[in-house]
Design a protein around this ligand. Structure first.
Ligand code: ZN
Length: 281
């Protein structure tokens, strides 16, 4: 789906329907194209990146407000390993290290992000409430099969956390820093092709959290909205016509913006947007 200026305004796949929502109390109606949610989709990959960055920030805000310190860590793999070996090593090593970690830290919460560097080797970036010192990591990470280099850094604000997540989720894209809302469909398609060269195994979880990391509120669950699922432009036109005849104020929103527009976290979303896009809207 491409808007009048040639920019993509929704998932380009044909099999993702349009959702049409009615809010009877406020007489608002909203439609948006749903998403395939795949990282290799030129539109949904960007949405994923934005949403996970936001989720990183929402968690950070909650933990900082609760008086916890946050830290960034990067785990590496032994230098002699090739791309596939690092991926296999992760599977073997993470259960060992994470169980040691949970034993050592009370109420541990974390988000980890997988990133493949230009040579395809895996790096793991983590945001956590862990208070352990460098020595603990230097002793325990290699003992579980990771490399000797463990970087760490203190964190002070949730916007930094969002920017950190955004950066590391985007580096699979060539020239990721230049990706913006203005990036053309063609340029995005090229970036996607480049990203595909990194070959994430099917079903690989590139980003994940501990259980207690807060999730984003799904706006489908906000009280009072009713939703129709539409599969064609004709159905959408009919729905819009009927809603407006009933006195509804209708708006088509971009999927990427819909969560921020509808939820209580819209202020935070604006902080994140300004941190990562360099815009204030
Ligand atoms: Zn998609």
């Amino acid at each position: 789906m491409v808007d009048e200026t040639g920019k993509m305004d929704g998932c380009p796949r044909d099999d993702t329907p349009v959702l049409f929502g009615y809010h009877a109390e406020t007489k608002r109606a909203i439609s948006f194209k749903t998403a395939c949610k795949r990282w290799d989709c030129p539109y949904c990959g960007e949405v994923n990146r934005f949403r996970w960055s936001l989720r990183a920030a929402v968690g950070a805000r909650e933990f900082v407000q609760a008086g916890k310190m946050l830290r960034f860590h990067t785990l590496t793999f032994p230098g002699w390993m090739q791309q596939n070996e690092t991926l296999q090593r992760w599977r073997a090593s993470w259960p060992k290290l994470s169980s040691r970690w949970r034993r050592a830290v009370d109420d541990l919460e974390y988000m980890y992000i997988h990133e493949q560097h230009n040579d395809g080797r895996l790096h793991v970036h983590m945001i956590s409430t862990s208070s352990l010192n460098t020595r603990w990591w230097k002793e325990n990470a290699p003992a579980c099969g990771f490399g000797y280099i463990v970087e760490e850094e203190d964190v002070r604000c949730n916007v930094a956390v969002a920017a950190y997540a955004f950066k590391h989720l985007g580096s699979d894209f060539v020239a990721a820093d230049s990706v913006s809302r203005e990036t053309s469909v063609r340029a995005r398609a090229e970036m996607t092709k480049q990203a595909a060269m990194h070959h994430w195994p099917k079903g690989w979880r590139r980003v994940s959290t501990s259980r207690g990391w807060p999730s984003l509120e799904e706006w489908e669950k906000i009280d009072g909205w009713e939703w129709d699922v539409l599969f064609s432009d004709d159905q959408l036109h009919d729905a819009v016509y009927a809603a407006m005849a009933d006195g509804y104020d209708w708006q088509h929103v971009k999927y990427r913006d819909s969560y921020a527009a509808m939820s209580e976290i819209s202020l935070l979303a604006r902080d994140v947007a300004s941190a990562v896009y360099g815009v204030s809207e």
